[in-house]
Design a protein around this ligand. Structure first.
Ligand SMILES: [Zn+2]
Length: 402
């Protein structure tokens, strides 16, 4: 039995909540997935002495940015790379969500670029996600390359990432981060544009001071040191009978090839003020994006990350591991964008955070060939004693936002 003060995943022992949003200091910073192991120590969200988290601090900085000036910088960058002969001059990665639809459409139709859209598809498309992906290409009007990995390998690696890391979304994140740089190398396309900088949501503030994406997220020197599903590559080959060819799609771009190229990876969110709600309205108008008519389990919203059935399960696992469910993520972001007050956010978290994702659960377990009870056991093993306690009604968080 672990002590109450014991923490898993290197989480901070004292739970603190930001006084402006509803996020806690247990939120992991983004981290290269291919370094993710069972016993890694996760860097987490910094909350300063005055009680304000880095993401809220950055929201203040964002208010001070001269966006007209930033857009000028963007025009200059694009001018330098815009193709004159009809060839692609940039890659816009995405699977048909509102943010990628918005980014690709702006690049092509506002800024006159020639983007190739690139898709690493969801593990299990929802009906709405599939329709939104098709509309992105058909209504929005883009060329698209979709890379669909070997289904048997995909399933095995997704299962391992659940069993070893309680991280159902890892195979999606791995591919989604590396597919664009790899295809940029292959097609000789110089620019890659992601939408917003994930650092806005809680990485160290310094990460936001550049428009360039940190290469540690998509380049790797030594393949032997890569972990997939928490297992080292040589062991995956040895123990699970996989080949290098099977694993290739999950590897980051080769660091030397990338360094020798002039490919640069940018965030559009550095140059234009990125508001998820506005991205949503824009995508509805220009690329036929549709919200789901029903609320996503675990949160109150209908249009954020709705294309993968496994996404709902993913946020359930963040609730189990860090005490942070999907409502906490959604509400914190909307508080920072001034679409919700903190009190409203607290009420929403108390109502919806950690709701079990019943809608697709049985189907996902069947697809991955995991016994539902086994999954629930894995969840219980991942409950850090400093976050969770158990009484007659079951598991309860020790600390809740108020
Ligand atoms: Zn905050």
């Amino acid at each position: 039995m672990l002590e109450q003060s014991a923490t898993l995943f290197g989480l901070p022992a004292e739970v603190k909540f930001c006084t402006r949003c509803v996020m806690s200091n247990q939120r992991p910073c983004s981290y290269p997935e291919f370094k993710h192991t069972k016993d890694r120590l996760t860097p987490t969200m910094h909350i300063a002495e005055d009680g304000v988290c880095d993401a809220c601090r950055f929201a203040d900085i964002k208010e001070q940015i001269d966006w007209a000036n930033r857009e000028e910088e963007l025009w200059e960058l694009l001018e330098k790379h815009r193709s004159k002969d009809g060839s692609y001059d940039c890659i816009a990665p995405g699977s048909g969500g509102k943010d990628s639809a918005y980014a690709a459409h702006l690049l092509k139709y506002k800024y006159g670029m020639h983007p190739l859209t690139v898709t690493w598809p969801p593990i299990m498309y929802t009906d709405y996600g599939w329709k939104n992906y098709q509309n992105w290409i058909d209504v929005g009007g883009f060329d698209n390359v979709t890379f669909k990995p070997n289904g048997r390998v995909h399933k095995l690696l997704t299962k391992l990432s659940i069993e070893n890391l309680l991280h159902p979304f890892q195979t999606f994140i791995l591919g989604q981060k590396s597919i664009a740089p790899k295809l940029a190398l292959k097609f000789g396309i110089p620019l890659i544009f992601y939408g917003e900088n994930e650092a806005e949501y809680g990485n160290p503030i310094a990460d936001n001071s550049t428009s360039l994406r940190d290469k540690s997220f998509f380049a790797m020197q030594n393949i032997q040191n890569i972990h997939l599903g928490g297992v080292l590559v040589p062991e995956l080959i040895e123990r699970y009978g996989l080949s290098m060819n099977d694993l290739q799609p999950y590897f980051p771009a080769e660091a030397n090839a990338l360094a020798a190229s002039n490919i640069e990876v940018y965030y559009l969110g550095y140059y234009i003020k990125w508001t998820p709600q506005e991205a949503y309205y824009y995508a509805v108008e220009h690329t036929g994006f549709q919200a789901r008519p029903f609320r996503t389990e675990g949160t109150y919203s209908k249009y954020n990350s709705i294309d993968d059935k496994i996404d709902d399960l993913h946020y359930y696992t963040t609730f189990v591991k860090f005490g942070i469910g999907r409502t906490t993520y959604d509400a914190s972001q909307e508080i920072r964008n001034k679409h919700l007050t903190r009190d409203e956010g607290v009420a929403l978290v108390r109502r919806f955070d950690g709701e079990f994702p019943n809608r697709y659960f049985a189907e996902i377990m069947e697809y991955l060939e995991i016994e539902p009870d086994h999954f629930l056991d894995l969840c219980d093993q991942a409950r850090s004693p400093h976050l969770w306690m158990q009484d007659n009604d079951g598991w309860k968080l020790r600390h809740r936002v108020s």
